[in-house]
Design a protein. Structure first.
Length: 135
């Protein structure tokens, strides 16, 4: 019997293009593969995306953390592999950019509202606890 090797893993593609092919494209060329809303946004703000990517690459070479308040930036292939701190209104949440995030916005991965943990009902919240003393 033949053993399956780890090299037989399926390689990630985005709309038929590998990550290497996508990284070699410029931002406007990549926008052709996005859905209409993201494509229009990229075309409008391609200068901002390019500046952000260049600034992020500079910070990576200096071993500095990349932090941003720009939650509306569309994720492009040049960002894959970066760890970006995205502000959620209170703190910077570290987000590791992977291929599946292409075309989404940074803010989608830095949630602004935390999970609610419901505890026990307080004194007076139920009919059985109204008779208890409130001390």
């Amino acid at each position: 019997m033949e053993e399956k090797t780890e090299t037989a893993k399926k390689q990630f593609t985005y709309r038929g293009k590998t990550i290497e092919e996508l990284k070699s494209m410029e931002v406007r060329e990549f926008s052709r593969y996005l859905k209409s809303r993201a494509r229009r946004t990229i075309i409008r703000q391609f200068d901002d995306v390019g500046k952000f990517v260049n600034r992020a690459k500079e910070k990576i070479t200096k071993n500095k953390q990349i932090r941003t308040h720009r939650r509306d930036l569309i994720i492009v292939p040049q960002m894959i592999g970066m760890r970006i701190g995205v502000h959620n209104g209170k703190t910077f949440i570290p987000v590791d950019i992977i291929g599946e995030m292409l075309g989404h916005r940074l803010g989608e991965f830095s949630l602004t509202r935390g999970k609610i943990k419901h505890g026990k009902a307080g004194v007076g919240a139920t009919k059985g606890t109204k008779a208890l003393s409130k001390k």
